[in-house]
Ligand binder design. Structure first.
Ligand code: SF4
Length: 324
């Protein structure tokens, strides 16, 4: 299970309010004599059917727009949901009419609603396919720690619809995991981005790097460590309809870019998703991330993360003391 942090987005609620108002308006128009009359067995009129067609088509369009903007659903699922919700609402209003004296439900009205919703959804889908998606591509940014992602996430958010992904089972203790993930959320809050914090699964990580414990930092163990983290990122990105993924691992000058690149490319190939190949330490990327981390008052760890990392002298002394 992943923990999800979502920034408050007032626009999302305003758009929901518009949909709620549309539902209310349709109910008022169809349940009161504003557009239809109270007559037992009213004659079939095209005017009435066209009104149903337009109203439920409009509702389907609003729903499709909201789903596209605020969910990770693909176009096919969006149009199915838009048609199902709009037609269900049309059915509900027809059933309510049975309780109004002088009114009964009408399958022709329901059919007109279904036709309107399907027609508009199909036109919307075709238009989107024809014009291409003008919205920002969805990017899942694997964040190794708050400081490395502090500047990068803001930079990427200029071009992409960024979600931060904190997946670092390499960290040597739950305490360290919680400290670093808390800093990732601080960064998410600062840039107004959603963040996903995955479970702490260090035991599984240790099994995967078995036999490489004595490798020096920057050696074969680190290549496997990057692969583990980027495979999980690519898998999550694919399963959740992201367009691409990348990682803040290349921000640090202590990590070999070639290992990051190989791990990212392998994960992209396995899950058939784009990997943004960029060495983010270039163009002062590292310096800018240090500045941003200072500005945000982030915790800046003094070792890479696992228990086999090169430890700072202070920590080595403490460990030796504990072992005595
Ligand atoms: S030193 Fe860092 S990159 Fe290398 S295995 Fe440990 S946590 Fe992973």
């Amino acid at each position: 299970m992943h923990k999800i942090y979502k920034p408050f987005n007032p626009l999302k609620w305003i758009h929901l309010l518009i949909i709620a108002s549309a539902l209310l308006l349709i109910a008022v128009l169809l349940l009161t004599p504003l557009v239809t009359t109270y007559e037992p067995n009213p004659p079939f009129t095209w005017r009435d059917k066209i009104i149903h067609l337009i109203l439920f088509g409009w509702l389907a369009r609003l729903i499709a727009g909201w789903l596209k903007r605020y969910t990770a659903l693909n176009y096919k699922k969006i149009i199915i949901w838009a048609i199902v919700v709009a037609t269900s609402y049309s059915w509900l209003l027809e059933k309510i009419q049975n309780f109004i004296p002088g009114r009964t439900d009408s399958w022709e009205d329901l059919l007109a609603g279904l036709l309107g919703a399907s027609l508009v959804a199909a036109i919307w889908y075709t238009y989107k396919q024809f014009r291409g998606d003008k919205t920002q591509p969805k990017l899942l940014l694997h964040m190794c720690c708050g400081p490395c992602g502090s500047h990068l996430s803001g930079q990427l958010a200029k071009t992409y619809d960024v979600t931060l992904f904190f997946h670092n089972p390499n960290l040597d203790s739950l305490l360290e995991f919680e400290r670093r993930s808390a800093e990732a959320i601080k960064v998410a809050k600062y840039w107004g981005l959603p963040a996903i914090i995955s479970d702490y699964q260090h035991r599984g990580w240790k099994q995967k790097i078995k036999g490489l414990e004595q490798e020096p930092e920057g050696g074969a163990r680190c290549a496997v460590c990057f692969a583990i983290r980027l495979m999980a990122t690519a898998k999550f990105a694919k399963e959740n309809s992201f367009d691409a993924f990348t990682t803040s691992l290349s921000v640090s000058p202590h990590k070999k870019y070639n290992y990051v690149l190989v791990a990212g490319q392998a994960a992209a190939k396995k899950y058939k998703i784009t990997f943004i190949e960029q060495d983010f330490k270039k163009k002062d990327g590292y310096k800018l991330s240090i500045m941003q981390a200072k500005k945000l008052g982030l915790y800046r760890q003094d070792y890479c993360g696992c228990e086999f990392s090169t430890l700072p002298e202070k920590k080595v002394k403490t460990i030796k003391k504990i072992k005595k």
